[in-house]
Structures are given as structure tokens and as C-alpha cells.
Design a protein around this ligand. Sequence first.
Ligand code: SF4
Ligand code: SF4
Length: 110
Amino acid sequence: MKPDEERYRKLIEERICSHCIDAGEGGMCHISIRQECAVQRFIPGIIEAVESVESPSMEPYENMLRRIVCESCAHQSSNGKCIVRDELDCALDRYFPLIVQVIEEARRAR
Ligand code: SF4
Ligand code: SF4
């Protein structure tokens, strides 16, 4: 694991899990192992997607996320559709703007 990956993972857990609708008291995650959160599962791809963009707009970040992460996720079909995303059940998609903000702040502070 790269040093940045561990740092980003901690920041994301502090800033995103504490707001997540799937977290209970103290930010403890309530989703089951079977569901597995895409934020946790795809941390390296999320970092790669965010770090390869620098834009005031969210659209290029979202496009990069779809290309690097969603295309390798079993939930996305070959036509680019994702039912989990459409039903607002993907924590990664729900909190992606906040995740971008966290990574960009850390990148600027380097
Ligand atoms: S679902 Fe993901 S983002 Fe939400 S609390 Fe669990 S690990 Fe954190
Ligand atoms: S939006 Fe869908 S395809 Fe993308 S990570 Fe979430 S569940 Fe997977």
C-alpha cells in the first residue's frame, strides 16, 4: 500500500464515514461484508481518478471515476448503467464530491 493511500483512507474515513447514512454511532459502518463499500474497495482507483484531474467542475472527476473505477465494478453493466448508483445505494457515488474535496485539500497541503 502506498503511503498516500493510507493517508487518504484515514481522511476519507474521518470525513465521509462520519456523514454516511450507513454509519451508526461513532462512524461505525453498518453495511455487511457481502455488500462491501465501494469507497473502501476502490481506494487506489479513486485516488488515481481524482489525482489525474484538476478542474473547478465535478464533471471531469465523475467521468474519470466511471472510467477507472466503475468500469471494473461488477455492478456496472456493459451499457454503463449501474442500478446501485441509480438507487443511491453506492456510498462512493453518493459522497464522491466530498471525497474529491478531501483528496484535493490533502493534495494542496502537500
Ligand atoms: S458504507 Fe462506506 S462510506 Fe459509508 S460508513 Fe461504511 S465504509 Fe464508510
Ligand atoms: S457507482 Fe455503481 S459501478 Fe460505480 S462503484 Fe458504485 S456500484 Fe460500482
